[in-house]
Design a protein around this ligand. Structure first.
Ligand SMILES: N[C@@H](CCC(=O)N[C@@H](CS)C(=O)NCC(=O)O)C(=O)O
Length: 201
């Protein structure tokens, strides 16, 4: 398996999951501006969507979209319990979190990384982000991880997007449960390994 990544981008989420699972894999960095891979390949020929993460399977198939990739990976090693069993209500709760993080949190960061984004869009996105993070903080009160006491792939994704708050000067100190959560996830050896591999530790 090869995971196409950009250090620190949303591809960190499946990278963390791969480390948690301990499965063999490799990564290749993509230059997202030029749409070329580190080995000089045309990334658009690999993934016409032109974005990371993208997971190239040993079968030659390509899987895209972070929430699908992390669930695929978790299902490769169900004994690691990074996702509840398919069909269980807990699995749909996981998908609910993955969707929320993707559409309500991740994408609210987008204008801050877009040099062409007008200030008005950034202001709206920041207000949305603050509302959504307040909700997440409330949900994390009294629990270690999003689904309860066990780390799941949703935590890999939330941790990844929370990391971006420093780039937009959003102080997570406003939500103590989020700060505690961030430290808790960062302390996991697999998370440290992925961060180190991406030059972020
Ligand atoms: N819907 C995609 C979004 C992925 C995404 O936003 N990737 C960003 C990095 S975090 C990217 O590669 N952007 C470059 C581009 O769109 O050209 C997913 O959830 O996987």
């Amino acid at each position: 398996m090869k995971l196409f990544i950009k250090p620190g981008a949303c591809s960190l989420s499946p990278h963390i999951v791969l480390e948690e699972l301990g499965l063999p894999y490799e990564t290749e960095v993509v230059d997202l501006a030029r749409k070329t891979t580190a080995s000089g390949q045309d990334f658009l020929a690999i993934n016409p969507k032109g974005y990371v993460p993208a997971l190239l399977l040993d079968s030659g198939e390509l899987l895209t979209e972070g929430p699908a990739i992390v669930q695929y990976l978790a299902d490769l090693a169900p004994e690691k319990q990074l996702a509840p069993a398919n069909g269980s209500i807990a699995r749909y709760q996981l998908q609910s979190w993955l969707t929320f993080i993707g559409t309500e949190v991740h994408k609210s960061f987008s204008p801050f990384f877009n040099p062409k984004a007008p200030q008005e869009w950034k202001d709206i996105a920041r207000a949305n982000l603050e509302r959504r993070l307040a909700y997440v903080a409330q949900q994390l009160e009294g629990r270690d991880y999003l689904l309860g006491s066990e780390f799941t792939v949703a935590d890999a994704y939330l941790f990844t997007v929370l990391n971006w708050s420093k780039f937009i000067k959003l102080d997570l100190g406003a939500w103590p449960p989020l700060l505690a959560y961030q430290a808790r996830v960062a302390a996991r050896p697999a998370v440290q390994a992925a961060l180190k591999a991406e030059g972020l530790a």
